[in-house]
Design a protein around this ligand. Structure first.
Ligand SMILES: Cc1ncc(COP(=O)(O)O)c(C=O)c1O
Length: 419
């Protein structure tokens, strides 16, 4: 028995089809109907400028404000502390540009070699290249090559009394393992550093509560959580007060929105954000879960049961090197499984699985530095099968069958050659 009523779940997604087993969810998830409906409603009746006194504008203003409020609730934050951006990449670019002027000679910024480049390059530019701030040093927190995890020891190796910013990922989009953000943030705070975290690969799987993490900024992408193509960026009030606004000089700076939303937001997309909550609320009500925490615990258990047979299959293959912990344990990882296959370029597998109605992806997934360090760039990077709660056990069985058929024959299996 599945933890989730998957007919009920999938009934919310017009894009999900029985003939296509979709496992590129870490790239982007299907949008749920409540989001689609709200975007459509805004386009139909509310496409006017915000902030006017007339009823039409008042309605449009209210819809966009509700988008901000819903984004804040999805992060466990106050609406004043959340900005909506075209993507998480843009969110971090704006945040880095706003924080850059606050850094000076001797200041150090810690970035990782595991993160998606969206949370690396913009920070590195503060200390390297033509836009560098004079005297700012970049230090690289290197992941552990055996486990592909960011560790406390790795952080301590680069932390100094001059560290001002520590920037890392809650969950790598290729490794899938969760980092203990609260603990790592507490280590960074020992030297008074501010902590900025990428939650993009975490948020589709677990409820986000920025208050519990002890960090200063956190972002994720709504389009990977069944929503519109937007980045959600939370900035703690103390950090927000130091930002140099990216917006017009006469606009207020007492919320995250104005300083970090130059030109505003795509109104109809912002208006769609409450649809994410409406979807999760419908799931919780249907399953009798008293709150979102209980619903996400249910989702985590469902993810585990989906992941178990896949992990068992991948573990059995001596020619497959799985990234991150070889477990389906929902406490340790998201069901995002990236692997390299001995003797096979990663780019070979997705088209073969396409032909079997199974969608996966290959490449470096913009975690370019990590995949390069693992020596896999020359072999097409990694194959990634990323699951989310809308997947079914039957789809996973189909994925396993397709892998079984398309991976090189495992040594020792019937018909395998010893060559
Ligand atoms: C872990 C991670 N961080 C950041 C990003 C960038 O997000 P966006 O596409 O919203 O810019 C991605 C996108 O795949 C990602 O997986």
């Amino acid at each position: 028995m599945s933890e989730l009523d998957l007919d009920f779940v999938r009934g919310h997604f017009p894009a999900l089809r029985p003939d296509l087993a979709f496992f590129d969810n870490a790239g982007g998830t299907a949008a749920c109907r409540p989001v689609i409906q709200r975007i459509g409603a805004h386009l139909e009746t509310s496409m006017v400028q915000l902030g006017g006194t007339h009823p039409w504008s008042r309605e449009a203003t209210a819809r966009v404000a509700e988008g901000h409020a819903a984004a804040a609730r999805l992060m466990g934050a106050a609406p004043a502390d959340v900005a909506l951006t075209p993507s998480t990449t843009v969110a971090f670019a704006r945040l880095a540009a706003s924080l850059g002027p606050t850094l000076g000679p001797g200041d150090e910024v810690v970035v990782t070699d595991l993160d998606h480049e969206a949370n690396v390059g913009v920070w590195r530019r503060l200390g390297e290249g033509p836009e560098a701030r004079p005297g700012v040093q970049i230090r690289e927190w290197r992941f552990d090559e055996g486990t592909q995890a960011l560790t406390e020891a790795g952080l301590r190796a680069v932390l100094t009394e001059r560290t001002r910013l520590v920037i890392f990922t809650h969950c790598s989009n290729v490794v899938g393992a969760f980092h203990d953000v609260a603990h790592l943030a507490s280590v960074a705070r020992e030297v008074g550093a501010r902590v900025i975290v990428d939650g993009v690969a975490y948020a589709p799987h677990r409820a986000v509560d920025v208050g519990a993490l002890g960090v200063d900024a956190y972002a994720f992408s709504a389009y990977k959580v069944h929503g519109p193509h937007l980045g959600l960026l939370w900035v703690a009030p103390e950090l927000r007060a130091t930002l140099v606004s990216r917006n017009h000089f006469f606009l207020p700076t007492d919320t995250a929105a104005y300083p970090l939303e130059p030109g505003g937001v795509p109104h109809e997309l912002a208006a769609g954000v409450p649809g994410i909550e409406a979807y999760f609320d419908a799931l919780a009500a249907h399953h009798g879960d008293p709150d979102r925490a209980a619903l996400f615990a249910r989702i985590a258990r469902h993810e585990r049961s989906l992941a178990e047979p896949l992990v068992a299959f991948l573990r059995e293959r001596p020619d497959v090197r799985l990234m991150g912990p070889a477990t389906a344990d929902e406490g340790l990882r998201a069901p995002t499984f990236a692997f390299a296959v001995e003797g096979m370029d990663a780019s070979e597998l997705p088209p073969r699985l396409d032909a079997r109605g199974v969608s996966v992806r290959s490449g470096h997934f913009y975690a370019h530095r990590a995949v390069a360090r693992l020596g896999l760039l020359e072999r097409g990077g990694l194959v990634r099968a990323s699951l989310v709660h809308t997947n079914t056990p039957a789809e996973v069985a189909r994925l396993i069958d397709a892998l079984h058929a398309e991976l090189p024959r495992a040594p020792g299996s019937p018909g395998a050659s010893d060559a």
